[in-house]
Ligand binder design. Structure first.
Ligand code: PBG
Length: 334
């Protein structure tokens, strides 16, 4: 809060400092930088394959060789990290989700290929069972219930396989209880002491994930909803408690998800914990901006940049966004 209230008009005229670009540059409080961006990428099978995601115009799935090219593009633009999501063949989805910890699954092959070709870019993963689960859930389903502890044991195996493949940042997005502590202990035991965890800590049961589920081929598979593990959208305090818990269990960074509709959480998390705080501008947020821009209803580029600036203002250190390469190009152009 300001120490003193502003002087009364006309002693104070806030428009004086808005009068010219130079004055506006001088007093701008924050900056959005390429360093703040994490680019989520969808991986599919094959070689030389690209597939469009209808509900996310401009987003494509790429086979591993083209993921490597995207990683090179990201590195060239100065984007520090990419995040990989696999589009898994239906035939590989099972009740036990065994493909999740296959050392040669799509995601782990992509991690290895990127780390071999572009070693300096940070590779983030998704730790959740939904791409591999016959019922599309992030945990294992028994008699219609998403069982916690058995899911955590599976997620630990998945996380270890990703660490083994060379992942720099594990992103547990599953929202099971106790997963961060279990993963951290297993990583330490296995000697992966330098692998970081960015916990999807305040992750809400949101309708904004719809297009993503198309992108990873989980929409058709999902039975029911995720409300028994993801947080109720009206519960801000619960989000804070989940952040506190994940930090206590060994998370290095935390995430709020979705992004713009949950900016209050970003600010509260940063103020309460002063730890590296990230937001995920999710697929539905991306799709809305793209769709309105395609209709000529908004200036898509300007809204893209403004939406990303909002995360900085709300206290985020960075943001996962499908706009990452476009925003990076725009930032580099000045
Ligand atoms: C899977 C996962 C989801 C997203 C990231 N990891 C979907 C979900 O929880 O259903 C959503 C990302 C987006 O919408 O862009 N656990």
């Amino acid at each position: 809060m300001p120490v003193l209230p502003p002087a009364p008009f006309p002693l104070s005229r806030p428009r004086r400092l808005r009068r010219t670009p130079a004055l506006r540059d001088l007093v701008r409080e924050d900056r959005l930088s390429v360093d703040d961006l994490i680019w989520p990428l969808f991986v599919c099978d094959g070689a030389g394959v690209t597939q469009e995601v209808a509900s996310m115009p401009g987003v494509i799935r790429r086979s591993v060789d083209l993921i490597v090219e995207a990683a090179e593009e990201a590195a060239g633009l100065g984007i520090p990290a990419i995040c990989l999501f696999p589009y898994t063949d239906r035939a590989l989805k099972t009740d036990g989700c065994e493909e999740a910890w296959n050392p040669d699954n799509l995601s782990n092959r992509a991690i290895r290929a990127v780390k071999a070709a572009v070693p300096d870019i940070a590779v983030m993963t998704d730790v959740a069972l939904d791409p591999y689960n016959a019922q599309g859930h992030d945990g294992i389903v028994r008699d219609g219930e998403i069982v916690n502890d058995e899911s955590v044991a599976a997620l630990v195996k998945m996380a270890l396989a990703q660490a083994e493949a060379g992942a720099d940042i594990l992103g547990p997005s599953d929202m099971m209880d106790g997963r961060i502590g279990a993963m951290r202990a297993a990583l330490e035991d296995a000697g992966h002491t330098g692998v970081t965890i960015m916990s999807y800590a305040a992750k809400y049961a949101s309708a904004f994930y719809g297009p993503f589920r198309d992108a990873v081929g989980a929409s058709g598979a999902l039975t029911g909803d995720k409300k028994t593990y993801q947080i109720d959208p009206l519960n801000g305090d619960e989000g804070l408690r989940c952040v506190a818990r994940d930090l206590a269990e060994g998370a290095d960074m935390v995430m709020v998800k979705p992004g713009l509709p949950y900016l209050d959480l970003c600010r509260r998390v940063k103020d309460a914990f002063a730890v590296p705080t990230f937001a995920y501008q999710v697929s539905g947020e991306y799709a809305m901006i793209r769709a309105a821009a395609a209709n000529g209803w908004i200036d898509g580029e300007a809204v893209m940049m403004e939406s990303l600036m909002a995360f900085r203002r709300a206290g985020c250190d960075g943001v996962l966004t499908y706009f990452a390469p476009d925003a990076a190009r725009r930032l580099r152009a000045g």
